[in-house]
Design a protein around this ligand. Structure first.
Ligand SMILES: [Zn+2]
Length: 426
C-alpha cells in the first residue's frame, strides 16, 4: 500500500516537473579553499534518544493547491548562501551552503549503492547477511523516495555473503578518515571477484551489530587530496560503515550518513550532552529518529529536491503561501538574506509522512549561517516555546516571531498550507 502511494507520488512529480529538470550537479568550485585534513573520523552521531526507529508514515494528500508555483520574490540565486569549506573540521567537503561539491554523491535520479557485509576472525557474525540487510531495506529507500518527492531512487545492491577481513577486529579502529577509507577499500577488494562496481555510486560496509567492533557507523566522504575507493576502474568517493548503533537507529541510520555523502552537515551539537541544542528533533541530520525527522526545506533545496521555482527569496520582505514540506508541490520555503553568510528561513510543517509524530504543525522559523562548522549550530530553530526538543516551535495562525530585524507573521493556515508575511523594521 505504501509502495503504491510512493509510486503515485513519483509519477505525479515526474509528470509535473518533467520540463523543470532539477539542476545537474553544480560546477566545480575551483576557488574553494582546501579543506583542513581530518584527523578525526567522519561523523560521531551521539545517540541521544533510543526510541524504536519504526515508523509508519501517515497518508500524504496528493492533491495540493499549487504543484508548480508561480515564482514569487527576487531571483532565488540571491538567496543561495555560498558554502564555506574552511570551517568543516570533522568532515570534508560538506556544506550548509551552495553549491554542494561535485565530489559528493548525486542526489537525484537512480543512485546505486553497493552493500557489503564483513566480519572478523575474532568477531564473527552471528546472523545472516540478509538479517542485517533487512535492518536498512526497504526503509532507507522509501525514506529518500518520499523526502525527495520521488526524485531520488536509491537502489541498494547487496552482496549477501560474509566477507572475512584479513585482520583482527582491532586492526580497523577508524581513527582517521584515511584508515576509514582503507577499511572500505579492503572490503571492496574482497568483494570484487563476485561484484561489479562499474555502475556503483556509493559503498556501504556492514557488520553484524551484535559483534561489530565499532560503536557507531560514520559516513565516508572523501576529499580530493585523500582519494576514494578505487575498484573496477572507478573511483567511488562516498560511503558509510555500520556499527553497533545500527540496532537502535534502524534504517534511518543510512539516510543520515548518506545525507553526508550528498553533502549535508550535522545539525546536532557535537561533543555535548545537549545534542538537541540547535534543532531539537527536527531533520534526520539533527536527530536520526526525531519526531520531525523529515529534512528541512533548506536541505532539500541544497539537494535539488526543491527547485528554485519553489523558493520565495524575500530580501525586502513579502507575503506568500507555503505548502507543508511533507507534501509534494507548492512554495516550500521563504528565504530572507540578512547579510553575509546568514539568512532567516521559513517553512511549513505538518504531522504527515515521516513527521507524523510531531504534536502540532505550523510555521517553522530558523536561521542559517554557512560560516559555522558542521555540528556547531549553522542551522538554528527559532522558538518562543519552552520544550528542549523544539517540537513546540511551529507558529500557528495569528502568531508572529521576530529575529534579526525580520518579523514573521502567520496570516492564515489551511490543512497543508500557511500564508506568511515577512516584514523588516521595528
Ligand atoms: Zn552525522
Amino acid at each position: 500500500m505504501r509502495i503504491q502511494r510512493l509510486l503515485l507520488v513519483l509519477i505525479l512529480v515526474l509528470f509535473l516537473f518533467g520540463c523543470a529538470t532539477p539542476a545537474e550537479t553544480p560546477p566545480a568550485d575551483d576557488a574553494a579553499p582546501e579543506t583542513p585534513s581530518t584527523a578525526i573520523p567522519a561523523a560521531t552521531d551521539a545517540p541521544t534518544e533510543t526510541a524504536a526507529p519504526t515508523e509508519t508514515p501517515t497518508e500524504i494528500p496528493t492533491a495540493t493547491p499549487t504543484l508548480v508555483p508561480t515564482p514569487v520574490g527576487a531571483d532565488p540565486n540571491l538567496c543561495k548562501l555560498p558554502g564555506d569549506f574552511n570551517v568543516y573540521l570533522y568532515e570534508s567537503d560538506i556544506t550548509l551552503g551552495f553549491p554542494v561539491k561535485p565530489i559528493r554523491l548525486v542526489s537525484t535520479g537512480t543512485v546505486r549503492v553497493a552493500v557489503l557485509f564483513v566480519d572478523f576472525e575474532d568477531a564473527a557474525a552471528t546472523v545472516s547477511p540478509e538479517d542485517v540487510f533487512n535492518m536498512i531495506s526497504p526503509g532507507a529507500e522509501e525514506f529518500f523516495l518520499a523526502t525527495s518527492y520521488g526524485q531520488m531512487q536509491m537502489e541498494l545492491v547487496p552482496l549477501l555473503e560474509w566477507l572475512r577481513m584479513p585482520g583482527s577486529k582491532d586492526d580497523y579502529f577508524m581513527h582517521s578518515s584515511v584508515s576509514h577509507r582503507d577499511y572500505i577499500r579492503q572490503a571492496a577488494a574482497l568483494a570484487d571477484p563476485d561484484f561489479d562496481f562499474s555502475d556503483i555510486d556509493d559503498i556501504v560496509v556492514m557488520n553484524d551489530p551484535a559483534t561489530s567492533p565499532f560503536s557507531y557507523g560514520p559516513a565516508f566522504a572523501a576529499d580530493l587530496s585523500e582519494g576514494g575507493i578505487e575498484v573496477d576502474g572507478m573511483t567511488i568517493n562516498n560511503g558509510a560503515t555500520s556499527g553497533t548503533d545500527l540496532t537502535y537507529w534502524g534504517s534511518t541510520w543510512l539516510n543520515h550518513e548518506m545525507g553526508h555523502n550528498m553533502g549535508l552537515v550535522d545539525l546536532y551539537l557535537y561533543g555535548s550532552s545537549n545534542a538537541l541544542r540547535w534543532v531539537g528533533e527536527w531533520s534526520v541530520m539533527g536527530l536520526i529518529d526525531g519526531k520531525g525527522h523529515e529534512h528541512f526545506a533548506w536541505e532539500r533545496w541544497q539537494l535539488n529536491w526543491v527547485i528554485d521555482a519553489q523558493v520565495a527569496c524575500f530580501p525586502e520582505g513579502g507575503t506568500t503561501t507555503l505548502t507543508a514540506v511533507e507534501v509534494p508541490g507548492g512554495v516550500k520555503l521563504i528565504v530572507v538574506p540578512v547579510g553575509g553568510t546568514r539568512a532567516v528561513v521559513i517553512e511549513s510543517r505538518r504531522a504527515l509522512g515521516y513527521d507524523s509524530a510531531i504534536p502540532e504543525g505550523g510555521v517553522l522559523v530558523y536561521t542559517v549561517d554557512t560560516s559555522i562548522a558542521s555540528g556547531q549550530g549553522g542551522l538554528q530553530v527559532q522558538t518562543s516555546g519552552v520544550s528542549a526538543d523544539y517540537l513546540d516551535a511551529p507558529l500557528a495562525a495569528g502568531e508572529s516571531l521576530r529575529i534579526s530585524g525580520v518579523t514573521i507573521t502567520v496570516l492564515e493556515s489551511g490543512e497543508t498550507t500557511d500564508t506568511v508575511q515577512v516584514e523588516f523594521g521595528p
